[in-house]
Design a protein around this ligand. Structure first.
Ligand SMILES: [Zn+2]
Length: 267
């Protein structure tokens, strides 16, 4: 029932995605393994640039990674995640920048979460929702499609094969300014709900994050997450509607794991 409800929900939105694929020839030619190869190059580029991407050391902050991985593992326990065995989801990393409220994923599922986002959130349900959303962008290969459209298949293949180091920075810049289509965002939100439905977290977790952003967006400018993840009208409503159709549990988990994660981050 859970699955059919998700697909029913996606059917309502997918025609937009499918028809635009047909019109633009926007089909991923990359194989999922090439996604991982490309993601590995981007991941290396990030690790090579600690000034711009100060990745929190796992050796220095084992507790923080333990809690973040525990939340991620719960999300990945969903049968809806297609590529969990070949994508790099379990290598999720924390970038130390308290002023950035964002998370992003490369093709192949290398996921990065900024300390700013982790510290901003009030509930682990919300963090699980955002992680689910990012996993969906990689798992549904939205990022691969976007990059393929913007950079061309040949250049991406060269990068994936390690034959064009110079262009890796270009991919990284694109990732920082990617604007997904409304249908890709809606799809990722719906998958986030589906992923969370088999976890202890409220399946509408992603909506909680958007609610808080919306409440505060009128204050100090548009948070980064909203600039790379356009916030279509009714997005929160769509998440709630997806949850209703999937009949999943929206009760807050009441877990203190986010607090533990926050307390184990550098100040
Ligand atoms: Zn998104």
């Amino acid at each position: 029932m859970k699955y059919s409800a998700l697909y029913l929900y996606l059917l309502l939105f997918a025609p937009l995605l499918i028809s635009s694929c047909d019109r633009n020839g926007d089909i991923v030619i990359f194989s999922p393994k090439e996604d991982v190869a490309l993601g590995a190059q981007v991941n290396q580029e990030i690790l090579n640039n600690p000034d711009e991407y100060p990745v929190l050391s796992e050796e220095e902050y084992p507790e923080a990674y333990k809690y973040l991985r525990a939340i991620t593992e719960e999300v990945l326990s969903s049968e809806e995640v297609q590529y969990k065995d070949i994508f790099a989801y379990d290598s999720i990393k924390i970038i130390q920048n308290d002023s950035i409220l964002n998370a992003f994923a490369t093709p192949g599922g290398y996921i990065y979460v900024y300390t700013g986002l982790i510290k901003y959130l009030d509930s682990p349900d919300h963090l699980a929702g955002v992680i689910g959303h990012e996993i969906a962008h990689a798992d549904q290969r939205h990022t691969s499609k976007m990059l393929q459209r913007q950079m061309g298949i040949q250049l991406l293949l060269d990068i994936a094969l390690g034959q064009n180091q110079g262009a890796v920075t270009q991919v990284l810049q694109q990732l920082g300014s990617l604007k997904f289509s409304r249908s890709a965002e809606t799809e990722s939100d719906a998958f986030s709900v589906a992923y969370l439905s088999s976890t202890p977290y409220a399946c509408t977790g992603a909506a909680g994050f958007f609610e808080k952003l919306e409440e505060e967006a009128s204050g100090s400018g548009v948070p980064t997450f909203l600039s790379t993840h356009p916030n279509p009208d009714n997005r929160i409503e769509n998440i709630r509607q997806a949850a209703e159709e999937m009949a999943c549990d929206t009760t807050p988990s009441g877990s203190d794991i986010l607090q533990k994660l926050q307390n184990s981050l550098p100040n």
